[in-house]
Ligand binder design. Structure first.
Ligand code: GLN
Length: 303
C-alpha cells in the first residue's frame, strides 16, 4: 500500500467539502480558527508516518484528550473506574445535563463531558496531576517535547464553563466525585486545551493499533483493555453520531470540537484528521468525509 498516494487521493476527493460545517462558537478562542484548514496523518503500527495538507499544524485537541486520560486510568487504576462511569452510547449531546440526572450521576460513557469529568477525577486521585501525566505520555509517544496546553484556550473555556461546572456539581451531588469540583474542572479544561498536530496525534494513538503497546515496546494497556478502549471509541467516541460514524467509517474513533478526529485501524495504523468546521453533533464535517473516503479507498475497517 502506498500510504502517501492514499492520503493524496483522500484529500483530492474531499477538497469540495473542506470548510464545510461550523467552527465551535461556545469557546471564544476556538471561534476564530480558519474553517478552511485541513490536514490528515497516518502512523503505521511499525513506525512510518505520512501526511497531507495542514498535517503538521497544531490545533486544540479538545475531547481527543479523553482517550488518553481514559488510557492512563485503565493503565494505573485497572477496572475500578467502570464502577463510576458506564459504557453505553448516549444518543444525547456530549454536554447533556438531563441525561446525567436520569442516570443518577453515573455518566453514560467516558467520552461524554460528564464521563470525562469522572475519569479526570479518578486520574487526580491516581496521579495528583492528570495534565502532567497526559503530557508526559503524549511527549513520550510522539517524541515531540513541545506538546503543551494552550493557556489562552484554557482560559477562554474556563470563563465559559458553566455547563461543565453544572455537570461536575451534579456528579458530586450523587457522591461520584472524590476531589473538589474546581480541581477536576481545572484539570479537565487544561486537558481539552492541549495543542497537537495530526502528525502528533497519529503517533500518539498508535498504541491503540498495537494492542496497547507503546512506542518503546512496553505496554500501556493490556491487550484486553486496548480492545475495550477501541470498542468504547467505536460505540461512544463520536457522540450522538456514533451510529452514523460507524456506518460510514467502520473504525473506532474519537472526535473533538477543535475539529480533530483520531481513528484506529487495529494492527495497521492510527489516522488523525483535522477540519475545524463541525456538523450538528460536534464532529468535524470534512474529517468525517475524509475518514469515510479513507476506509472506502483502502477497504480497511474493523468489519
Ligand atoms: N472542552 C470541550 C467541552 O468541554 C470539549 C467538548 C468536545 O470536544 N466535544 O465542552
Amino acid at each position: 500500500m502506498d500510504y502517501q498516494e492514499v492520503l493524496d487521493t483522500v484529500r483530492e476527493k474531499v477538497t469540495p467539502l473542506i470548510g464545510c460545517g461550523r467552527v465551535a462558537q461556545y469557546i471564544p478562542a476556538l471561534a476564530t480558527v480558519d474553517a478552511s484548514r485541513f490536514g490528515m496523518a497516518l502512523a503505521t503500527a511499525d513506525g512510518e508516518v505520512h501526511g497531507v495538507g495542514d498535517w503538521q499544524h497544531p490545533f486544540s485537541i479538545q475531547s481527543l484528550s479523553k482517550v488518553f486520560s481514559l488510557a492512563l486510568v485503565l493503565d494505573r487504576g485497572g477496572d475500578q473506574v467502570w464502577r463510576r462511569v458506564g459504557r453505553e452510547p448516549s444518543g444525547s449531546p456530549f454536554n447533556s445535563l438531563h441525561q446525567l440526572e436520569r442516570d443518577r450521576g453515573i455518566p453514560r460513557n467516558p467520552f461524554l463531558n460528564a464521563g470525562a469529568l469522572v475519569v479526570v477525577d479518578h486520574l487526580v486521585s491516581l496521579t495528583g496531576d492528570p495534565t502532567r501525566a497526559v503530557l508526559d505520555l503524549l511527549r513520550a509517544e510522539t517524541g515531540n517535547v513541545d506538546i503543551k496546553v494552550d493557556d489562552d484556550v484554557a482560559k477562554s473555556e474556563a470563563h465559559h464553563r458553566h455547563r461543565n461546572a453544572a455537570l461536575a456539581h451534579l456528579i458530586a451531588s450523587y457522591d461520584n466525585l472524590t476531589n473538589p469540583v474546581e480541581v477536576v474542572l481545572d484539570q479537565y479544561t487544561a486537558l481539552c486545551a492541549i495543542v497537537m498536530s495530526c502528525d502528533d496525534l497519529a503517533r500518539a494513538g498508535r498504541f491503540l493499533a498495537r494492542h496497547g503497546r507503546r512506542r518503546d515496546g512496553t505496554r500501556l494497556l493490556s491487550r484486553s483493555n486496548a480492545k475495550r478502549l477501541n470498542a468504547t471509541m467505536l460505540t461512544c467516541g463520536t457522540y450522538d453520531s456514533a451510529g452514523e460514524f460507524a456506518y460510514r467509517v467502520g473504525l473506532p474513533a474519537k472526535s473533538g470540537v477543535g475539529g480533530g478526529i483520531l481513528a484506529v485501524v487495529p494492527n495497521r495504523c492510527a489516522v488523525a484528521v483535522w477540519g475545524p468546521g463541525l456538523d450538528k453533533s460536534g464532529n468535524s464535517c470534512a474529517g468525517l468525509a475524509a475518514l469515510d473516503t479513507f476506509t472506502t479507498v483502502t477497504g480497511w475497517s474493523v468489519f
